[in-house]
Design a protein around this ligand. Structure first.
Ligand code: GLA
Length: 431
């Protein structure tokens, strides 16, 4: 009898989390570099050889990733986006790289990237053309998957331009299967839901079974309004999208634009904190050859990366909106919680929020150990349930904390369930 109940409970628990794509990849959110936001479709190698989409760009980025601590921090994938191919397929119908900009071809580039201990990502499209008008894969899924595998590609970003939306699902699933059949481990990054949202609510169970991560919302730009719009969209759709994230499959809010031109340092800290809270892929799009030390330090911050990569693999939620602050919380392993407090009032100076007004703080009964990670690392010690601690947050900046309940023996049983209740209780908060 007890065994039956146990087995049933296990089945219910296991089936609660949707099955992910079973390719053994993206067990943690992907980390790497992707060219699009910073370098776009710059194909002018004659007048701008250092910034055009060419094999040199990826080789130089890989060199810097190894030399400047990026690889050690966990950044692994060097990813090509749109505008790499020739406009014509070869005589056997295969995609080929633009011969002028990639004289060695993609296989040689992959070998180079692999020799550095890094992985290579490439870009394709489920429809007839890529968004920038290069050849798409519709009608060529098997050939293109095999070509990518033959080249030694490790990740495919598969865009959704130039495709009848009713065929998107079929296309993304067919490419996923074609990649699997090559026998090579190729991480599959999709934009399927982004292209479906204008027409209907995407089927996230199917998406999670098919892709390792998936874009839901518009392209990121190098601006605070763009980052804010991504956060707003994510929070307003969190009940739909957050449950589908977990080891093997993640929501992708698009690239980190830290280290570019459009964000103040506080805003860069906000992007980094929230991408960690959202369990988002950390794909930087910047120029690692020329990045300011503060942005570099932020992107390589071990404490934030540890939150991003936390083994519990749960995405965080917005749990409160109060007085132009937003509070987001992500359950972590070892019964800890990451808390991000964003000051959305873009006038005036730093403003304070009492830690006890964070919804998850109720689990700090009788007390919690508090560590501030942003803006500076600071051990804030043990704080009681009725703590008077106030965190001060700069306009458009974020204070990022971890809190760990310290329970008496009596309370520890209760705390076992805290991760689930903290999320369920979100409806009873100020939201
Ligand atoms: C779409 C994608 C972007 C980028 C461009 C390339 O807009 O969403 O991330 O890949 O296409 O053309």
């Amino acid at each position: 009898m007890y065994t039956a109940v146990f087995v049933l409970t296990l089945v219910v628990l296991v089936s609660h989390v949707a099955q992910g794509l079973d390719n053994g990849l993206a067990l943690n959110p992907t980390m790497g570099w992707l060219h699009w936001e910073r370098f776009m479709c710059n194909i002018d190698c004659d007048t701008d050889p250092d910034n055009c989409i060419s094999e040199r760009l990826y080789m130089q980025m890989a060199d810097v990733m190894v030399k400047e601590g990026w690889q050690d921090a966990g950044y692994e994938y060097v990813c090509i986006d749109d505008c790499w191919p020739s406009h014509q397929r070869d005589t056997q119908g295969r995609l080929q790289a633009d011969p002028k900009r990639f004289p060695g071809g993609i296989k040689k580039l992959a070998d180079y990237i692999h020799s550095k201990g890094l992985k290579l990502g490439i870009y394709g499209d489920v429809g007839t053309n890529t968004c920038a008008g290069y050849p798409g894969s519709l009608g060529h899924y098997e050939t293109d998957a095999q070509t990518f595998a033959d080249w030694g590609v490790d990740l495919l970003k598969f865009d959704g331009c130039y495709m009848n939306w009713t065929l998107l699902g079929e296309g993304y699933v067919n490419m996923s299967n074609a990649l699997n059949r090559t026998g090579r481990s190729i991480l599959y990054s999709c934009e399927w839901p982004l292209y479906e949202w204008p027409f209907h609510k995407p089927n996230y169970t199917a998406i999670r079974e098919t892709c390792n991560h998936w874009r839901n919302f518009a392209d990121v730009y190098d601006s605070w309004s763009s980052v804010k719009s991504i956060l707003d969209w994510t929070a307003s759709h969190q009940d739909i999208i957050v449950p589908s994230a977990g080891p093997g499959g993640w929501n992708d809010p698009d690239m980190l634009v830290i280290g570019n031109f459009g964000l103040s340092h506080d805003q860069q800290e906000s992007q980094m904190a929230f991408w960690a809270i959202m369990a988002a892929p950390l794909l930087m799009s910047n120029d690692l050859r020329d990045i300011c030390p503060r942005s570099k330090e932020l992107l390589q911050n071990r404490h934030i990366i540890a939150i991003s990569q936390d083994p519990l693999g749960k995405q965080g939620y917005r749990t409160a909106k109060v007085n132009s602050f937003e509070v987001w919380e992500r359950p972590l392993s070892k019964k800890r919680l990451a808390v991000a407090v964003l000051n959305k009032q873009e006038i005036g100076g730093p403003r304070g929020l009492a830690i006890s007004s964070v919804p998850g703080w109720k689990f700090c009964d009788p007390q919690c150990n508090v560590t501030q990670i942003l803006p500076q690392y600071k051990e804030m010690g043990v704080q009681p349930l009725h703590s008077k601690l106030v965190v001060r947050v700069n306009p458009s900046g974020t204070v990022l904390l971890t809190v760990s309940p310290i329970s008496s023996n009596f309370k520890s049983h209760h705390n076992l369930h805290w991760q689930d209740t903290s999320i369920k209780d979100k409806h009873s908060t100020i939201l």
